[in-house]
Ligand binder design. Sequence first.
Ligand SMILES: Nc1ncnc2c1ncn2[C@@H]1O[C@H](COP(=O)(O)OP(=O)(O)OP(=O)(O)O)[C@@H](O)[C@H]1O
Ligand SMILES: [Mg+2]
Length: 242
Amino acid sequence: MFPESPLLAIDGLVKRFGGFRALDGLSFYLREGEILGVVGPNGSGKTTCINVISGLHAPDGGSVTFAGRAIGGLKSHQLVRLGINRTFQVPRPFMSLTVRENVAVAEAYGGKPQERVDIGALLASLELAPLAGRRAEELNSAQQKMLDLARALATSPRLVLIDELAAGLNPAELERVAARLKEIARSGVALLVVEHLMGFIQEITDRVIVLNAGKEIFEGVMDDAIRDKRVVEVFLGAEDEG
Ligand SMILES: Nc1ncnc2c1ncn2[C@@H]1O[C@H](COP(=O)(O)OP(=O)(O)OP(=O)(O)O)[C@@H](O)[C@H]1O
Ligand SMILES: [Mg+2]
């Protein structure tokens, strides 16, 4: 059952690639200020889910409702204006622009004119201030992921879809990123966090959903997920293959 008026409601979402259903009737919701973890084995549809909600791919079935409005099939730039932004599993910043310029471009094209963002403060909050004048191509992959998050936050989003931000961070960095994400959520922004690092997911999320083959097989808190028979089977099965 969905709560009365969630910020995001996904109902029966289908995404096909040829005859293959990467999303096969996926349903879930997300409240304002909530951190929802989305976990599942490789290929279970996590990135596809973000790609459809963020407008990179149009859905082939089902509905996506954001703040009470049907948004399925809208383009990314339209969704950014409505308050949905995302990070990428493999970030693609403008490599020859500096960190600050990358964020300024995002703010200029996706931000809200009435809500100017303090880019210096934003960079500082993500530990990018010392790198502000560096070109994106000089950053390591973990730093590029933080730049990608800064780019998304520069557009004053209400919902950020985060695809494997934690990969490549050391434990101290992980802890700081976790604290920062929780702060962002406390300010009212909803976060959908796709991550393979279960400790990180456990620390930051209010709730998780587990995907397998484009369907939800579990919804609840992480403590219950790790005891759920279907979830355990899916993850042990995935380990056997690897
Ligand atoms: N553009 C595409 N064209 C064809 N097939 C695709 C496309 N994007 C994803 N798929 C397929 O859809 C399925 C789900 O992929 P997706 O990238 O959503 O998985 P994921 O859960 O994010 O996996 P991972 O944990 O490895 O990132 C996979 O079988 C993938 O090969
Ligand atoms: Mg993925």
